[in-house]
Ligand binder design. Structure first.
Ligand SMILES: [Zn+2]
Length: 214
């Protein structure tokens, strides 16, 4: 996900959430140091528009992929990145994103599933959203300001990640990616047109994978 251009708190729950704030800077630095930045796929590339495969092997290849994803995220100055954004058909996303209190969260989720919040707990935040696979464009999109994602860490251990503010938006955005949806799919036709216009008028600050088809 692209950097923020806004943000509130959600309900706290008595549940065991993963600690993704301790040593956040050092952990991001370590991943990035081992990884290699790869060019990013953009809207229209088929890998972004279908559901990715489940991660079943929690091995060295996965660890390398995660390092490369952190390096790619850093190179593109993003706050979240899904594997299909570097052309890899696997349900993995990484993040380096601040919550509604400005606390930095760094982590990885494999096979994420988003909790559906009860309607009475949903507070919508209509902040602006952007995506590294839709370079140079932003559009407001209403999403719940609190999110919980269940999945696994790089070793396959079950984890639960909780997010507020822009980080909640990030968790929803990245999970969407792995099911084949971009944020533009949640916009109206007219809004989408505006986003693609913005994209056409801007040159990405990072390397992208050209789309073959017309
Ligand atoms: Zn995105």
């Amino acid at each position: 996900m692209a950097q923020q251009q806004e943000s509130k708190a959600g309900p706290a729950r008595a549940e065991e959430f993963v600690d993704d704030t301790t040593d956040a800077a050092a952990r991001e630095e370590a991943h990035t140091g081992r990884g290699t930045a790869r060019p990013l796929t953009v809207v229209g590339n088929p890998v972004l528009h279908r559901e990715c495969r489940e991660v079943t092997e929690f091995d060295d290849a996965l660890a390398t992929l995660i390092d490369d994803m952190f390096a790619s995220q850093r190179a593109a100055e993003g706050v979240g990145l899904a594997a299909n954004q570097i052309g890899v058909d696997l349900k993995v996303f990484v993040y380096d994103c601040a919550d509604d209190e400005g606390v930095r969260h760094v982590g990885v989720v494999c096979n994420p599933v988003l909790d559906q919040l009860p309607a009475e707990e949903r507070v919508l935040d209509d902040g602006s959203e952007g995506c590294l696979s839709v370079p140079g464009a932003y559009h407001p999109l209403a999403r719940p300001d609190y999110a919980v994602v269940r999945g696994q860490d790089a070793q396959g251990k079950p984890i639960v990640v909780q997010g507020t503010g822009y980080f909640a938006r990030c968790l929803q955005h990245e999970t969407d990616h792995l099911y084949g949806y971009l944020y533009t799919d949640r916009l109206s036709k007219r809004e989408r047109k505006d986003v693609f216009q913005q994209m056409a008028e801007n040159t990405p600050r990072y390397e992208t994978v050209p789309n073959d088809q017309p």
